[in-house]
Design a protein around this ligand. Structure first.
Ligand code: SD4
Length: 336
């Protein structure tokens, strides 16, 4: 796609017949690549990300995309906005701690070449997503966890942060007092689910994604969810599409959620259908769906997007050239 600058634009109506191999999307443009003389879909820059905090994050990502930056840089910059927001209780340094009072952060990032990096159970570092990118760019590994991740971050001088922040510590103490029984049990606490997962398609036709969270509030010490796990919380295949997840990580990991969504798109499903089928697979694997909210968003390589969740209430932020808004995801449990 490096010859995009020399491309000629045509309207789909005129050249539809010439592109029987491509999947139609709303208002696609077909371009004639000057070097190969082949017709290809003109990339439509787009960013989607989970929940309301996605609006601000998308705008930061868009700045990168609209100045001819890469999707990889865009998703990192985008989710850093959410990580920096100290009023956010489920992402970054303002996040809630585990039961023992430690804020442990999980993040991962993946690009169009299937390069990926992840950190889990990382404490006291402001931008876990940048450390995840550091693991990808600076090491031969994909994932570093706990003290190893922290030592790596400190060696490379990623910015530190003191956690939990004061308000969060106060809330945790109160929670501990009120939940003496739960505190001892290996049960999931259902108080928050607001991870940011972001997917972007850049002007070069490349996809990347990022996912970052403090995980479930008051989780068991040592618990890691889906968000930093490539294939569960996030997956990119540049030939097909991208997906990321939010909600109960245990259920998402059980079906390798984001990878499943991408594979369903490979089989020809639309992004929304693929998310729906993954959600249905989760539902089929669980007898008890109480509090089991999970949602996926997906973006294909043509810029088509969609989302779907178990229960009502999941939404995602959409940013394109003309749109900057929240979209309510469709959901399965319409009768509950
Ligand atoms: C986790 N999936 O740690 C995360 C939590 C989450 O939206 O997504 N909340 O299981």
């Amino acid at each position: 796609m490096s010859d995009l600058k020399r491309r000629t634009f045509f309207k789909l109506g005129l050249f539809g017949a010439a592109i029987s191999l491509v999947k139609p999307s709303k208002a696609v443009e077909i371009i004639s690549d000057a070097s190969t003389k082949k017709f290809v879909i003109a990339p439509k820059k787009i960013v989607i990300s989970t929940w309301n905090h996605g609006i601000a994050a998308n705008r930061a990502a868009w700045e990168v995309l609209s100045s001819k930056g890469t999707a990889l840089d865009a998703v990192e910059k985008g989710v850093k906005i959410t990580e920096s927001d100290m009023s956010n209780r489920s992402v970054g340094g303002g996040g809630r701690p585990d039961r023992s009072g430690h804020v442990t952060l999980d993040a991962c990032i993946m690009d169009e070449k299937s390069r990926c990096g992840a950190v889990a159970y990382l404490e006291g570092i402001k931008h876990p997503i940048s450390v995840a990118r550091g693991v990808m760019d600076r090491t031969q590994h994909v994932m570093l966890v706990g003290d190893g991740a922290r030592d790596f971050a400190l060696d490379y001088e990623y910015e530190k942060i003191k956690t939990p922040i004061k308000e969060v510590k106060k809330d945790w103490k109160k929670w501990k007092k009120e939940n003496k029984e739960l505190f001892k049990k290996p049960e999931i606490n259902h108080e928050n689910h607001d991870t940011i997962g972001m997917l972007a398609l850049d002007a070069f036709g490349n996809l990347s994604g990022a996912c970052t969270t403090s995980g479930w509030a008051y989780k068991m010490p040592g618990r890691v969810g889906d968000s930093p796990i490539i294939g569960a919380g996030l997956f990119i295949d540049n030939e097909v599409g991208a997906a990321c997840a939010t909600g109960m990580g245990e259920a998402i990991i059980r079906i390798a959620g984001s990878h499943t969504v991408v594979e369903l798109m490979r089989q020809g499903k639309s992004p929304e259908e693929a998310c729906k089928l993954a959600v249905e697979r989760i539902i089929a694997k669980h007898d008890d769906l109480t509090n089991l909210q999970c949602g996926f968003i997906a973006l294909d390589k043509y810029g088509n997007y969609g989302g779907y969740s178990v229960y009502k209430g999941f939404n995602y932020a959409l940013k394109t050239e003309n749109r900057d808004e929240m979209v309510d995801a469709k959901y399965n449990r319409s009768w509950e």
